[in-house]
Design a protein around this ligand. Sequence first.
Ligand code: HEC
Length: 101
Amino acid sequence: MRVALPILLAGFLIANTAMADQALAKAKNCLSCHTIDKKIVGPAYQDVARKYAGQKDAPELLAGKIMKGGAGVWGVIPMPVNSQVNESEAKKLANWVLSLK
Ligand code: HEC
């Protein structure tokens, strides 16, 4: 029990943050073009996480794309500017996406 409780607590906290970030993605309309595990209009977030795994500047790079939009990385459809997202939200979302591999 002495060991199990902190582990359980840590697990709960991690799961909780991940859910909060998913709720943010939903609130910011990201999930109308993206899902976690399937490509719809935009790439699956798991594919994004795999592509940038190990790339140190990925959080900043993706936070920038999330705010300003992007094109030509995943196909012919561009991602529009997401002006409803501020910088700190974009960073949160980028880190969340990168955690999904
Ligand atoms: C209108 C549809 C649409 C919406 C809304 C949208 N995206 Fe995208 N997203 C795309 C498309 C299409 C791409 C692929 C662009 C490309 O090929 O470079 C993409 C790419 C991405 C990438 C990968 C960028 C790269 O260069 O590898 C991330 C991360 C991402 N979106 C996150 C988000 C987040 C977070 C939101 C919500 C704030 C969001 N998207 C909202 C369509 C959308």
